[in-house]
Design a binder for this molecule. Structure first.
Ligand code: PLP
Length: 434
C-alpha cells in the first residue's frame, strides 16, 4: 500500500526509495551486479531459508527491479510484483505458476497474437489445455470450467477489436467457482485498475506504455493479494484447486507456498513465482531495463492523458473520412461495447485505434507506405505514433479463420497514437489517405 493515492504521485514517489543511502542519488541507481555480499553465514542461511527477505542473486531479485516492482504494484493497487524479461515471459509465468500437465485454463479469444500462439500451441506441448471462449458471453467462462481449471485469462483492452473485457462480471463468476482472473492490462495502465473489479493477478508488457519510449523489452506480474488460494473445491478440505501453492514443494524442502507466505503477507502467488519459476526458468528483467521502465513510469499518467485525447480526435477524424469503412476505438462505440468502455476505462479510451479502408489489403498496404511521420513498426504504446497492417505482419502466423476470429480483416490498419501535436498526427494521416 502506498501512502499516496494519486497515480501521478505514486509514479514518482511510490515505494521505499527516497535517496540512495550511500550516495544520496535521487534517481534509483542501476544495480548492475549479479550477486550481493552476505553479512555472515547466518545472514546467508536466513535469506536462502526465506526467514528474512533480501538480495541474493540478480536472477531472482535486484534492488533496481525491486523499486520498479513496488511502484507498479502500488499503481495497480496490488500486494507485490515480479519483473521479468518480456511481456511474453510474464504471461507464461502467470499460467505456469498455477498449472501442471493435465490442467486447463479458460481464456478470452480476444488476445495479442503472441499470447494466442503461446496458449494454442506451446502450452499444449507441456500438457496444459487452453479453452478459448468469447467474452461477449461471460457465462461461457463458467461453462468451460471444471475441477482442473486453474485460472481465467484476458486482456483489458485487446486489439484489434478494442472491445473492453467485462472484468467485473467474469471475476465474479470465477470467485464463485474459486478460479482467479488474470488480466493483461498492457494497453490500459492508469486507465483501468483490474483489482478494483475483482481480478486476482495483473500483468503488463512493460515494453509498451509503461516504458513508453520504445527502448526496452520487459514484463511484470502483480499479485493482487486478494484471492483465497486455500478455498475448498466442492466438498474438499481446501486448496485442491491449486496444488502448486498448497502441496509440499520438493524443490524447496517441502515448502507449502500458501503457508510459507503467511508471515510475509498475502503474496503466496508471487512468492512462488519468484522462488520457483524465476529460479528455474530464469527470465529476469535486466536492472538497466528496470531503470528505463522506472523512467517511463514517472511520466506515464501524463502521457496517458495525451495519448487518449489524441486518439479520440483521430477516431473522430477518421469516422468522417469517405475512404474509411469502419473505425474501431472505444470512443466511437455504441451499446454494450460503450457501456463496458465507460465502466472500466477512466480518464480516456486508450490510444490504440483500428480502421478499415475501402480497397482491402492493397489499400491498407499503400496507406502504410505513404505515412511519413508515423513509424511502421510492430510495437505499440510508444510516445511516437505507430502504424501497421496486421493481416500481413503481427497476425500473419494465424490462419485466415483465426485472423477473422481475432478481428483482423484484410484492410484493417492498426494505429498506436502517440503524444505529438494532434495537428501533425492528422496532417500525416490526411496525406497518406489522399
Ligand atoms: N500483451 C500484449 C497486450 C501485447 O501487445 C504484447 C506485445 O505486443 C505482449 C503481451 C507481449 O509483450 P512483449 O513483446 O514485451 O513480450
Amino acid at each position: 500500500m502506498s501512502q499516496y493515492t494519486h497515480p501521478e504521485t505514486i509514479a514518482l514517489h511510490g515505494g521505499s526509495h527516497r535517496a540512495d543511502p550511500s550516495t544520496g542519488s535521487v534517481a534509483v541507481p542501476i544495480h548492475q551486479t549479479t550477486s550481493f555480499q552476505f553479512q555472515d553465514t547466518g545472514h546467508a542461511a536466513r535469506l536462502f531459508g526465506l526467514a528474512e527477505l533480501g538480495n541474493i542473486y540478480s536472477r531472482i531479485m535486484n534492488p533496481t527491479n525491486d523499486a520498479l516492482e513496488t511502484r507498479v504494484a502500488q499503481l495497480e493497487g496490488g500486494a507485490a510484483a515480479l519483473s521479468v524479461g518480456s511481456g511474453q515471459a510474464a504471461t507464461t509465468f502467470t499460467v505456469m505458476n498455477l498449472c501442471q500437465a493435465g490442467d486447463n485454463i479458460v481464456s478470452s479469444t480476444d488476445l495479442y497474437g503472441g499470447t494466442w500462439n503461446l496458449f494454442a500451441n506451446t502450452l499444449k506441448q507441456f500438457g496444459v489445455e487452453v479453452r478459448f471462449v468469447d467474452p461477449a458471453d461471460p457465462e461461457a467462462f463458467a461453462r468451460a470450467t471444471d475441477a482442473k481449471t486453474r485460472c481465467y485469462y484476458a486482456e483489458t483492452l485487446p486489439n484489434p477489436k478494442l472491445q473492453v473485457f467485462p472484468i467485473g462480471e467474469i471475476a465474479a463468476i470465477g470467485r464463485k467457482l474459486g478460479v482467479p482472473l488474470i488480466m493483461d492490462n498492457t494497453a490500459a495502465p492508469i486507465l483501468c485498475r483490474p483489482f478494483e473489479h475483482g481480478a486476482a493477478v495483473v500483468m503488463h508488457s512493460t515494453t509498451k506504455w509503461i516504458g513508453g519510449h520504445g527502448t526496452s523489452i520487459g514484463g511484470i506480474v502483480v499479485d493482487g493479494g486478494n484471492f483465497d488460494w486455500e478455498a475448498p473445491l466442492g466438498e474438499g478440505k481446501g486448496g485442491e484447486r491449486f496444488p502448486t501453492l498448497n502441496t509440499p514443494d520438493p524443490s524447496y524442502h517441502g515448502a507449502v507456498w500458501s503457508q510459507a507466505a503467511k508471515p510475509l503477507g498475502p503474496i503466496a502467488y508471487i512468492l512462488r513465482m519468484r522462488t520457483c519459476l524465476q529460479r528455474d526458468l530464469g527470465a529476469p528483467m535486466s536492472p538497466f531495463n528496470a531503470f528505463m521502465f522506472l523512467q517511463g513510469l514517472e511520466t506515464l499518467p501524463l502521457r496517458m492523458e495525451r495519448h487518449c485525447s489524441n486518439a479520440t480526435k483521430v477516431a473522430a477524424f477518421l469516422s468522417g473520412h469517405p475512404d474509411v469503412v469502419k473505425v474501431i476505438h472505444p470512443s466511437v462505440m455504441t451499446g454494450e461495447s460503450k457501456r463496458r468502455a465507460d465502466a472500466y476505462l477512466k480518464g480516456g479510451h486508450g490510444s490504440l485505434l483500428g480502421f478499415e479502408l475501402k480497397g482491402g489489403k492493397e489499400a491498407g498496404q499503400a496507406f502504410i507506405e505513404k505515412l511519413k511521420m508515423f513509424y511502421h513498426v510492430a510495437n505499440i504504446g510508444d510516445a511516437r505514433s505507430l502504424a501497421i497492417h496486421p493481416a500481413t505482419t503481427t497476425h500473419s502466423q494465424l490462419n485466415e479463420e483465426e485472423q477473422a476470429a481475432s478481428g483482423v480483416t484484410p484492410g484493417y490498419i492498426r494505429l498506436s497514437i502517440g503524444i505529438e501535436h494532434i495537428d501533425d498526427i492528422l496532417a500525416d494521416l490526411k496525406q497518406a489517405l489522399s
